[in-house]
Design a protein around this ligand. Structure first.
Ligand code: KIV
Length: 286
């Protein structure tokens, strides 16, 4: 597919040490993953945001482990060389350490992921320790954690007050101490993200949390106009693929309706003698 080297954990840490920003994106299926591989992204997250972007739910909560595994397998087939992270869906790790290790293990064994991501701070460190002890790299996720959207009061900036910001800084420290290999900060103020990044010895990735982190993440569908419900402020639109596809579909409808499609070069003929043989056989049947 590409001749780039498989991204490894030491390669990610090496880039961080050299001050080279890490590139990360969400991805949910084979054709997207193929494009991501060609573009050479470092880290690919099969996010449970697929519940919204791919399955049309209003939140990530209905997503199951089986949904995640199916999509992660497709993504891995498209991007064999990126560092692939499976996102632990709602209730795949909250109930117990054992549930968490089993579900994390499924991402590794069934979808050839390189690690997993889960949401939460100090309260979730026993799960992080258990998964890391099973030999599975863990990325933490702080700030706006969509699985807790109800208690957070909506999809909004987190850590606005000094006290709330301190809690996020402490959570980041706790995750690192528990063995997390990286932390994603979603919708955290830029200077809070800077404080966390300066104190961390693991990669900090920003989603809408400013330029100071070691790397950046965007949601694929937001980048390319493929999510019809809304586009968050943090999402930069790099192309309007939604419009390109929409225009193509309208043209297809118009061409079929007006009998312009299919043109002669889109279908196949049969030799005259074979056609005559067909007619003869049909005639014999009466
Ligand atoms: O599911 C997801 O894509 C995520 C991102 C919002 C970070 O967790």
């Amino acid at each position: 597919m590409t001749d780039r080297k498989k991204v490894t954990l030491p390669m990610l840490f090496d880039k961080m040490a050299k001050g080279i920003p890490l590139t990360m994106i969400t991805c949910y299926d084979f054709p997207m993953a193929y494009l991501v591989e060609q573009a050479g992204l470092d880290i690919v997250l099969v996010g449970d945001s697929l519940g919204m972007t791919m399955l049309g739910y209003d939140s990530t909560l209905p997503v199951t482990m089986d949904d995640m595994i199916r999509h992660a397998q497709a993504v891995r087939r498209g991007t064999p060389n990126s560092w692939l992270i499976g996102d632990m869906p709602y209730m795949s790790y909250q109930p117990s350490d054992e549930t968490a290790v089993r579900c994390a293990g499924r991402f590794m064994a069934e979808a050839a992921c390189d690690g997993i991501k889960l949401e939460g701070g100090q309260e979730i460190t026993p799960r992080v320790r258990a998964i890391v002890a099973a030999g599975i790299p863990v990325m933490g996720h702080l700030g706006l954690t969509p699985q807790s959207v109800s208690s957070l009061g909506g999809f909004r900036l987190q850590g606005k007050s000094g006290k709330q910001a301190k809690k996020i800084v402490d959570d980041a420290r706790a995750l690192e101490d528990a063995g997390a290999m990286a932390i994603l900060l979603e919708l955290v103020p830029d200077r809070v993200s800077q404080v966390i990044t300066e104190r961390a010895s693991i990669p900090i990735i920003s989603l809408g949390s400013g330029p100071h982190a070691h790397g950046q993440l965007l949601i694929f569908h937001d980048m390319f106009g493929l999510y019809p419900k809304f586009t968050p402020k943090m999402a930069k639109r790099y192309a309007d693929a939604g419009k390109v596809i929409g225009d193509g579909l309208k043209q297809y409808v118009a061409e079929v309706t007006s009998k312009v499609f299919p043109e002669p070069e889109r279908y196949f003929g049969i030799k005259d003698e074979e056609y005559e043989e067909l007619m003869r056989l049909l005639a014999q049947e009466g």
